[in-house]
Ligand binder design. Sequence first.
Ligand SMILES: *[C@@H]1O[C@H](CO)[C@@H](O)[C@H](O)[C@H]1NC(C)=O
Ligand SMILES: *[C@@H]1O[C@H](CO)[C@@H](O)[C@H](O)[C@H]1NC(C)=O
Ligand SMILES: *[C@@H]1O[C@H](CO)[C@@H](O)[C@H](O)[C@H]1NC(C)=O
Ligand SMILES: *[C@@H]1O[C@H](CO)[C@@H](O)[C@H](O)[C@H]1NC(C)=O
Ligand SMILES: *[C@@H]1O[C@H](CO)[C@@H](O)[C@H](O)[C@H]1NC(C)=O
Length: 325
Amino acid sequence: MSPSVSTSALFVFTAVLCTDICSQYHFGNDRDPLHQKYSYFSESERLRMKEASRDMFQFGYDGYMRNAFPEDELDPIHCRGRGPDYDNPDNININDVLGDYSLTLVESLSTLAVMGNSSEFKRAVKLVTEYVAFDRNSTVQVFEANIRMLGSLLSAHLIIIDPRQRLGDMSVPDYHDDLLELAHDLASRLLPAFSNTPTGIPYPRVSLTEGVPRNCLNETCTSGAGTLVLEFGVLSRLLKDPVYEAVARRAVTSLWQLRSNVTGLLGNVVNIQTGEWTGTMSGLGAGIDSFFEYLLKAYILFGESSDLKMFNESYESIKFHLRRG
Ligand SMILES: *[C@@H]1O[C@H](CO)[C@@H](O)[C@H](O)[C@H]1NC(C)=O
Ligand SMILES: *[C@@H]1O[C@H](CO)[C@@H](O)[C@H](O)[C@H]1NC(C)=O
Ligand SMILES: *[C@@H]1O[C@H](CO)[C@@H](O)[C@H](O)[C@H]1NC(C)=O
Ligand SMILES: *[C@@H]1O[C@H](CO)[C@@H](O)[C@H](O)[C@H]1NC(C)=O
Ligand SMILES: *[C@@H]1O[C@H](CO)[C@@H](O)[C@H](O)[C@H]1NC(C)=O
């Protein structure tokens, strides 16, 4: 499933990047392998790496803005913009993620703010309100649209309206909850994924204009269905409309009830119509990892003890059953 594809691609990328950086910047005691693996940065190294990260982000961001914006991302081989592959709907590697909504710009918002680049943050917010729209017949994965687009829009919105402005002045003149409205619009287009499934577990994909595509797969990975509650929960609370959090929580509860009554573990792929596990492998890898991540984060964010209880029980089952391989 696609969460696995993108996670592992990211992992490989990060690993390559890290090896590259680590050979450029020698930190710690090179000769002791344990020290090399587990030690932490000294203050001067930390500052150097911070600048290297800033340069790397700037390079990527400027390259995207120069060569690809307003398309979703920069195709690095051809150095030009890339959006959904409308000609080939089966190209899910691309289509699950790219929705013709300037994805990279939206995803960069909170990083610009964290880096303290308030002028570019404000400019980027304006560009998002000018260019990003969801009335596009793109069939995206609910999971990806949620963690990337919805999450980015909501976090930038929260940064803008934060009365304490902890990242510097990120207030935007004439801001009238524009990003929240975009988030609302997107989430309402994802809602059809949740209707008409007897289990309450969502379909993996929706068209932003046409809802669930005909012949949409009835199978979803556990992460795909159970990694929505942070964003949907924040949206519900901001809008004072409980429906988003409710559907996300119902999916989590349904998955949870399908756990094995022998091991307490969940599978990694489930049929959303029947509730049968079609992927019975459990673990902490791609396709299931963020289910657990969101249980804990949801507890930290919203304080509901049922989330912590599910996390604790999962943690115990995993520690007991998982073998190192
Ligand atoms: C903010 O971002 C813009 C656009 O990438 C860049 O030109 C500028 O140097 C950045 N400013 C700071 C202070 O990093
Ligand atoms: C929307 O996209 C789907 C899948 O590519 C296609 O079958 C459908 O005809 C499109 N709808 C419109 C109105 O173009
Ligand atoms: C999904 O399940 C529904 C209801 O059981 C069925 O009508 C549909 O054909 C199934 N879709 C696929 C792609 O198998
Ligand atoms: C566990 O579930 C299976 C299948 O749903 C059922 O047959 C079995 O009786 C259950 N076992 C226990 C100990 O509840
Ligand atoms: C979860 O585990 C933590 C740490 O072991 C413990 O402090 C907490 O009380 C547990 N909470 C629940 C709801 O089980």
